[in-house]
Each structure stands twice: as structure tokens, then as C-alpha cells.
Design a protein around this ligand. Sequence first.
Ligand code: KG4
Ligand code: ZN
Length: 337
Amino acid sequence: MTTILAIESSCDETAAAVIRDGRETLSNVVTSQIPEHRLYGGVVPEIASRLHAEAISAVTRQALDDAGLTLADLDAIAVTAYPGLIGSLLVGVNFAKGLALSTGLPLIPVHHLRGHVAANYLAHPSLQPPFLCLVVSGGHTHLMEVSDYTTFRILGRTRDDAAGECFDKTARAMGMPYPGGKALDERAESGNPHAFSLPHPKVEGSPYDFSFSGLKTAVLNLLHNASQKGESVCIEDVCASLRFTVAELLTEKTVAAAAATGRQTVVLAGGVSANSELRRQMQQACAERGLSLFMPPLPLCGDNAAMIGAQGYYEWIAGRAADMSLNAAATASIEEC
Ligand code: KG4
Ligand code: ZN
């Protein structure tokens, strides 16, 4: 039995969790800084790192208390070391290093996006690699083959904006507070997804790569043109049309990659996997093709430390502990980390 304390501070959530054997959640504490960043319309890195430093100790204490454990009951400490905002990552990494040094426990660095994938292990006991995985977050869009718990191969990625970024930037232009992805999803529910015909970009020569910046610009132009002419646009229809197109692009490429690789299992991960239309389209496309689909439950789609503890367990099994020279990194490949 391996009990891991996990810490996550890569962006605007300070989180700690206790996870057993990569699958069982003993506690999962997430505090969000979103209300503070909302004032500025996006994450302010300096504010983020200061708020992480203020919260991390209490959040970790809470995770241990909720699990009914003390540091003496732990086998290892896992921490998100990359990628993310460097100042934010450093708070978590230094805190985890301090705990590891003072307790003598092993320290396990975890790649944030590998963590998003592992959120599914907590919710779906039967899920194990190999599978095809689409990770869609605020900063990344990756289509990957996961051949075992620590072996990832990227088949396609975004060439410009991430899917979450496309939602957040257009939502902001429509007056929704940061991060607008969720609000846009909600407003889209009562809109007509076919009201506007939006571009369906393809990346020449790269069948599994994505491009979202043209789509974002098309929506911004549509809003701008309407306001210049003094016309009103139905925001619900814009949201529904954009959401439908993004979900369609993501779903089409994912099922095409499943067919090409012969993978029978599809896994969704990351903050944007909470999107209702993406979940619907993916469910329908997988059902039509006889593919098994796994998606994280909504509370595990966004950033949390439980997912870092789940992946941390498999990194630990693979012998990937770090020493005190561990450093955070703003960027890191999910394949080689
Ligand atoms: O994975 P995540 O929590 O943080 C990163 O690692 O980036 O993803 C955050 C992203 C944001 O862009 C947010 O707007 C988006 O996920 N998001 C959504 C929804 N909920 C969160 N996008 C579309 N529909 C949603 N329901
Ligand atoms: Zn994330």
C-alpha cells in the first residue's frame, strides 16, 4: 500500500491531496484564486505566486487532516514540477522539497498534463493503458497515444491557441468573466449551434494537429462587425456555434486517430473536457464506432492535486523519484519528462 501526498500549484489553484495506490482518493483540497484574478481579466503571475505561498501550508494541512493522516503515514510526496507559470510552480516545488527533506520521504515530480490524464484512473477503476487520449486545457491541446502509465506519444497538437484559450478569449470579448469557458458553455445551451457558419480549419499535412486561432478571430470579427454596424447579435447563438465547431474539430480528429491507430479506448482529460457539447459529441461518435470512452467527472476535469497523486504513484512505480536538485520548469514535453 503506497500513500502519496500530492501538491499542485501550476496556475491559479493551490491544491493538495492524499492518494492511495494511484486510485483511491483519501482527501482532495482545492482552493481557487479565480476571484482575485477576475479583476484583471486573466491570471496575473506575480499575484498567483504570492497567493500560492500564502495558501499552500494550510491547504496541505487540510489534506492531511481530511485523510485522517500525519506526515508519518506517508510513503512519498508528489508535486507538479512542469509545465505552468514558473513562479507558481516554484512555490509548490520548494514546499514539496522542504517536506521531503524534513521527513526523508521520496520526492516525485509530475508533469501537469500527465496528471490530467490520470484524473481518469481515480474515477474509473477498470481503466488502464493503452488508450488514445485527448487532453484539452487552458494552455494545451494534445492528442496522444498512452501506451503505458508513463509512456506518451503525441500524434497531434495545436499549432496556435489551445481550445480553452479560444473559449476564454472569445468569452471575454462577449463580456463574460475570466475564465469564460464554463460561462460560454452555459450560455450556449439555449443557442442555435448552426446560427453562424464558422471556419473549420485544417492543418495541411498534419491530420491530427489543431488550429484554433482562426476560429477565435472569426468570432471576434463577427462581434466587432456587428457592433460597428450597430446590430445586435444573439450571444447564445455565437456561443453555441463556436462550442459546436470546437467540439466537432476535437471529436473528428480523435476518432480518426483511433481508427488509424486501432485503439479501442478513448480518454478525455483537462479543463475543457467539462464542456457539455464536447462530452455529447464524443459520446455519440465513440458509441457509433464501438469505442469505449472514459471522461473525468466534472470536479476532476479542472486543476486539482488528486490527479497529481494518481500519476505520482505510477511515476514512483516506474522509479522516477527526484533528488533535492529538482527544479520547476515553465515548459516540458509530456513525452520526455
Ligand atoms: O485544465 P485546466 O483547469 O487548467 C489548465 O491546465 O489550463 O483548464 C482550464 C480551462 C480554461 O480555459 C477554462 O475556461 C476551460 O478549461 N473550461 C471550459 C469549461 N470548464 C472549464 N471550457 C469549456 N467548457 C467548460 N465547461
Ligand atoms: Zn490543468
